[in-house]
Design a protein around this ligand. Structure first.
Ligand code: GAR
Length: 210
């Protein structure tokens, strides 16, 4: 099976979705390591409950991004994963880190990329008066939130929505599409080729896919 390392910073609900999917009979992947940059992240408890090894690499203990990322790489590579998955990991990674895992590094972002890269995506979608919003799983490249998309989930924006109510609706879908994308990768159906996503032998569009 495909070995997956998961990086988190917080609640870890996407980690939970991956742990649940990996526990299904015949699952093509298993989570070999969970790494958090925050000691208090609830996702660490989820890892412990699933019997998965976890570790904390606190970015505040490093003088700069390069040293932090080198420590991350050392910890990740100690389990020799086939895939590295960012699941609510809220640190920007150095080009060296991204290159080290090129083609085997995934992220989930809470917007319909290329819309709303960066933070506060739910509030920005509300402020713009959008009628729909969602989440995107993408390969990570050196361009922040700009790597080739793999799968998107769309949700309606409803009257009276707040950033919180919208985030909840989006997260339900995140928990569907992230295990799906990781399963495709584990089944060797998903590749990054020349900064494009290839799924089942077909190149996907660069600017969003549904
Ligand atoms: C998720 O909604 C994810 O899309 C978002 O953080 C949340 C983490 O939740 N990621 C980003 O904003 C990345 N820039 P979780 O810890 O419960 O999985």
């Amino acid at each position: 099976v495909c070995k997956v390392a998961v990086l988190i910073s917080g609640s870890g609900s996407n980690l939970q979705a991956l742990l649940d999917a990996s526990a299904q009979a015949g699952a093509p992947f298993s989570v070999c390591s969970v790494i958090s940059n925050k000691p208090e992240a609830y996702g660490l408890t989820r890892a412990a409950e699933a019997g998965v090894t976890s570790s904390i690499i606190d970015h505040r203990e490093f003088p700069n991004r390069e040293d932090f990322d080198q420590a991350l790489i050392a910890e990740i590579d100690s389990c020799q994963p086939d895939l590295v998955v960012l699941a609510g990991f809220m640190r920007i990674l150095t080009p060296e880190f991204v290159r080290h895992y090129s083609g085997r590094l995934l992220n989930i972002h809470p917007s319909l990329l290329p819309k709303y890269q960066g933070l506060h995506t739910h509030q920005r979608a509300l402020d713009a008066g959008d009628s729909e919003h969602g989440a995107t799983v993408h390969f990570v490249t050196e361009e922040l939130d700009g790597g080739p998309p793999i799968v998107q989930a769309v949700v309606p924006i409803k009257k009276g929505d707040t950033a919180d109510s919208l985030a909840k609706r989006v997260q339900v879908q995140e928990h569907v599409i992230y295990p799906m994308a990781v399963t495709w990768f584990a089944e060797k159906r998903l590749h990054m080729l020349d900064d494009r996503t290839q799924l089942d032998g077909e190149l996907l569009p660069r600017n969003g896919t549904r």
